[in-house]
Design a protein around this ligand. Structure first.
Ligand code: PMP
Ligand code: GLN
Length: 398
């Protein structure tokens, strides 16, 4: 019997499995395993190496002791939904009804999956920026959608407006943006966001926006697309507690959307996980209620780390981008004589005791060439670790 069920021969299987028809680990899993195996400093997978706020951790410990250990309600615990709605209003002036327009999910990953699976039908087109976060391509394939992309190119990694206009058509079901952007660190301008809203109206598309790095911008304003005129009624806004509170392993995410859209997404979400993370939900609610200074401090501390690692990577001979947000800086290995960043990433532990990820992992096969010499380094690590990584990377420039 063919135990794989022949899945590797389907379009979705071909996209999600490896060349041998077996499991293809994500680039993050692959590179974290390489770091573990070699003892190299892991600047590949984006996760912080320090705990987040004590109050948030303590609230989770109390929630476990206090018996919040069974299934929470399908929409998420009221205390968290209220905190999400209050957060949207405090930072952006957005009013979401916590009982009808807020849904708690198993990380932003589940919010994305449920949204795409719920809204995309066979052959519907989904437009994303490219490079794109790896799960976008996978879930669009599972939904049997057609993935169209708008390229982000060095040095600024901003979308070209004419290209965006030409890619969005009446076949477009979703315009899925990621702002601030992983992996390039770019933050979309108000003009670009206005164009997204205009095109969504013109072609009757829904906007899905992944804003997990919303609090991690460096001297530029984060503008949620849902705040623009005419956007809210057709926008699903996705975020997560992972990046804001250094709790990537808790997988507490959420989305806000008009009720009719949310109901459609919930119809799928309830059969993916149903619910998750009971004791962590009230803890993330505590985090969302922290004073403004907390949110300012995490951005400014991360900005210093960005500057520190960028200088180190530049000093090692790479050409380096200027991220406006996120955890990541893009480095071009071309000036060091490496044309293939994917190959370099496999050698980097040996050459410099550091792990990074190749940007080509975030790019469709037909466009990999354009991004071949680019690597992504994560700077969400302790200063001491970034200093050590910088010193080790300097070994490359000989
Ligand atoms: N979207 C982007 C752009 C991300 O970088 C990540 C992960 N870091 C996610 C979604 C997934 O978030 P979560 O861990 O909350 O599922
Ligand atoms: N979002 C993280 C990154 O871009 C990785 C999360 C994951 O491993 N799925 O590095």
């Amino acid at each position: 019997m063919d135990v794989s069920g022949g899945w590797e021969r389907t379009a979705r299987g071909a996209m999600l499995l490896g060349d041998d028809g077996g499991l293809k680990p994500t680039i993050f899993a692959e590179m974290s395993a390489l770091a573990a195996q070699t003892g190299a400093i892991n600047l590949g997978q984006g996760f912080p190496d320090e705990d987040g706020p004590f109050e948030v951790l303590e609230a989770a410990r109390h929630a476990i002791s206090d018996g919040f250990n069974q299934y929470p309600p399908g929409l998420g615990m009221p205390v968290l939904r209220r905190a999400i709605a209050d957060h949207q209003e405090r930072f952006y002036g957005l009013k979401a009804d916590p009982d009808r327009e807020v849904l708690v999910t198993a990380g932003a990953t589940e919010a994305l999956a449920a949204t795409i699976l719920a809204l995309v039908d066979d052959g519907d087109e989904v437009v994303t920026l490219e490079p794109f976060y790896d799960s976008y391509g996978a879930i669009i394939a599972l939904a049997r959608g057609i993935h169209r992309t708008v390229g982000l190119r060095a040095p600024n990694f901003q979308p070209d407006h004419d290209e965006l206009r030409s890619v969005v058509t009446d076949r477009t079901r979703l315009i899925l943006i990621n702002n601030p952007h992983n992996p390039t660190g770019s933050v979309l301008s108000r003009e670009t966001l206005e164009l997204v809203v205009e095109l969504a109206h013109e072609h009757d598309a829904i906007i899905v926006t992944d804003e997990v790095y919303e609090h991690l911008t460096f001297g530029v304003e984060h503008i949620p697309v849902a705040t623009l005129s005419g956007a809210w009624d057709r926008t699903v806004t996705i975020s997560s507690g992972g990046k804001t509170f250094n709790t990537t392993g808790w997988k507490v995410g959420w989305l806000t959307a008009p009720n009719a859209l949310l109901q459609t997404i919930l119809a799928v979400k309830q059969f993916l996980t149903y619910v998750n993370a009971a004791p962590f939900q009230p803890a993330i609610a505590v985090g969302l209620g922290l004073p403004d200074e907390y949110f300012q401090r995490i951005a400014s501390e991360l900005e210093q780390k960005k500057d520190l690692l960028s200088a180190g990577v530049r000093g090692a001979g790479f050409e380096v981008s200027r991220p406006q947000g996120s955890y990541f800086v893009i480095a071009d290995a071309g000036p060091l004589g490496f044309a293939d960043a994917a190959a370099l990433c496999r050698q980097l532990p040996e050459l410099a005791g550091v792990v990074a990820v190749p940007v080509s992992a975030f790019v469709a096969d037909e466009h990999k060439g354009e991004y071949a010499s680019l690597l992504r380094f994560a700077f969400c690590k302790r200063v001491e670790v970034l200093e050590r990584a910088s010193a080790q990377l300097a070994r490359l420039d000989r």
